[in-house]
Design a protein. Structure first.
Length: 607
């Protein structure tokens, strides 16, 4: 009976506790507990070695929930000290999960707090409390860490500058979803990924930031270079031709660092002599020109000469240095001897000097030419005298110039052929009358625009002497004159002044009976010699109309007539023929027709 009673009590207790609560032993994220439970009964129901209650097992972060980071960043978790009933030795184990419900222990993460590093995907974290001989985990609350990707590092592609445009740069993996930050600040990126607003020559890096504010690593450094500097358009100064000399041209802004290209080809630019004394001048932007204070040397400069070199860069800055140019005369004189005959004096001696046997020796730097030796051939009955110089002058070349310290020689002989530009920028060798343009090319192969066209003209042509043709005067018209080789492009000057020439070459305005000469002047003001003298005569004078006085016939005498303004110097012609005029009157038959005029009254009556 006793045994049975005991069992009844146990059964009763079980039934009673079951009725009190369905949480005899409850579990949760932060605690295990029972309600109105008997410790002995809880211990009997829990696994052996496990506590009856774990509370205050919480973890947190300093970031707001939910936690959002960029890939690769770290998150620090702070854990509370849990309350364990009954007090039992425990340990911590931090766990993570990248998929719902699957938890992995984090190696070596057994402290009360934990910092997760290099998180590259969305992950959940919790902390479990563990007990010896207890297989049940007591996990804390879970914290989700959402990981946003980091944008790819921007890849910057640069384009080199040209003579026509500056360099450029673009982000080849550009995304409109990102914002871009440059270091140093200044540039921006347009919708095509092109970089604008950069300062030329400055090194930049750029990062990309997405909408989650995750920033990429910095790009490789890059710089955008400015447009190469194009040479200034060559300015060609043309000296007009005159009646005595052809024209010439020079490039007034000549720069030795440039090359010059002529259109059409023909002229060229030779190297400036200043380059011969340049020992390696440098500049950060490029050298525009080298100028020497002296470039021409002759025999008077034999020995050391101080020459100043001026260097100008592309920005107009200048610097100078001085070089010693030593001029050497390395050409030997030419000795020419002549045989002489001398007579001994009374003492049996004779004295001569070097000049007595000098047959005309020469030297390129001699003080004066040799005395000419003239050979005369006597006249004969058939030919007059003739003479020749048997020691004609010897052609002498300009000496060689030896530069001090450099071992470089300058051949001072002018270039024998081909147009060129000398050290002063003067253009030589161009074909007269040809239109040229010229461009300048610098060391970066940038070519300027073409210069204005220019032409070098040959010596001006003097007009032909005017040829004047004179037409004699007649009874009806005065004489006239014209220039048969008239050219409308010429102007004509008469001596004495007064006449002029019309567009047909006819001469007008001359005073009759005056002797004139005329010269022609063309547009270049070259004037011809004077024409042969010429005179234009006035129209011959026509006699006055004869006035005939008729005496009527009478019963005694026939009628008669006379020319009342008779002039013996004239001859008189009758129509019809027959009558004649004597020295005082007319003889023969004279028929005179008298016109009949109506009076004003008769005309009026007929109206």
């Amino acid at each position: 009976m006793k045994i049975m009673a005991t069992h009844l009590v146990i059964i009763f207790l079980i039934i009673t506790h079951t009725g009190f609560s369905e949480n005899i032993i409850s579990t949760g994220n932060d605690f295990y507990s029972g309600t109105n439970k008997s410790p002995n009964l809880a211990e009997a129901l829990l696994p052996e070695g496990c506590p009856t209650e774990v509370t205050n097992n919480l973890i947190s972060t300093s970031s707001p929930d939910p936690v959002t980071i960029c890939s690769g960043e770290s998150v620090s978790f702070a854990g509370t000290e849990p309350t364990i009933t009954p007090a039992t030795d425990s340990t911590f184990q931090w766990q993570d999960s990248t998929s719902s419900g699957t938890w992995e222990n984090i190696p070596d993460a057994t402290a009360i707090d934990y910092t997760a590093t290099n998180i590259i995907e969305t992950t959940w974290f919790r902390r479990s409390v563990k007990f010896v001989n207890c297989t049940t985990d007591y996990p804390s609350n879970e914290i989700e860490v959402t990981v946003n990707p980091i944008p790819a590092t921007p890849t910057v592609s640069t384009t080199d500058p040209t003579c026509a445009a500056p360099g450029s740069a673009s982000i080849t993996n550009y995304s409109a979803a990102y914002s871009y930050t440059f270091n140093p600040s200044g540039p921006a990126v347009n919708a095509s990924g092109n970089i604008t607003g950069a300062t030329y020559g400055t090194d930049y890096t750029v990062t990309a930031t997405n909408s989650a504010l995750c920033e990429s690593a910095s790009s490789d450094p890059f710089a955008i270079e400015n447009q190469y500097q194009t040479p200034t358009i060559p300015t060609v100064s043309v000296i007009p031709a005159t009646c005595d000399d052809p024209g010439s041209a020079s490039i007034t802004n000549y720069a030795a660092a440039n090359t010059y290209t002529f259109t059409p080809s023909g002229p060229a630019v030779n190297a400036s002599d200043a380059a011969d004394i340049d020992g390696g001048s440098t500049d950060n932007t490029g050298i525009a020109s080298l100028t020497a204070s002296q470039t021409a040397f002759d025999c008077s400069h034999v020995g050391p000469n101080s020459v100043t070199l001026t260097v100008e860069d592309l920005d107009g800055n200048t610097d100078q240095c001085t070089a010693n140019v030593t001029v050497q005369d390395n050409i030997n004189p030419t000795a020419i001897c002549k045989n002489i005959t001398v007579s001994l004096d009374a003492t049996g001696n004779a004295t001569i000097s070097g000049a007595d046997v000098d047959g005309g020796s020469t030297d390129n730097c001699g003080s004066s030419p040799a005395i000419p030796i003239v050979s005369v051939i006597p006249a004969t009955c058939d030919d007059p005298d003739s003479a020749s110089i048997t020691n004609p002058p010897t052609a002498v070349c300009q000496p060689t110039i030896q530069l001090d310290g450099s071992g470089t020689t300058i051949d001072a002989t002018p270039i024998p052929s081909g147009p060129a530009v000398n050290a002063s920028g003067n253009i030589t060798g161009a074909t007269y009358g040809t239109d040229y343009t010229v461009t300048a090319t610098n060391s970066t192969l940038c070519e300027s625009a073409s210069s204005d066209p220019f032409t070098i003209e040959n010596q001006y042509q003097t007009p032909a002497i005017p040829t004047v043709s004179v037409i004699p005067a007649t009874c009806d018209d005065p004489g006239s004159a014209s220039i048969t080789n008239y050219a409308a492009a010429n102007t004509y000057t008469f001596t004495p002044s007064g006449p002029a020439v019309n567009a047909s070459g006819n001469i007008t305005g001359a005073t009759y009976g005056t002797d004139y000469t005329v010269t022609a002047t063309n547009s270049t003001l070259c004037e011809s010699a004077s024409s042969d003298p010429f005179t234009i005569e006035n129209q011959y004078q026509t006699p006055a109309i004869p006035t005939v006085s008729v005496i009527p016939a009478t019963c005694d005498d026939p009628g008669s007539a006379s020319i009342t303004n008779y002039a013996a110097a004239n001859t008189y012609t009758f129509t019809p023929s027959g009558p004649a005029v004597n020295a005082t009157n007319m003889t023969g038959q004279l028929t005179v027709e008298v016109p009949i005029y109506r009076t004003a009254s008769l005309i009026a009556s007929q109206l």
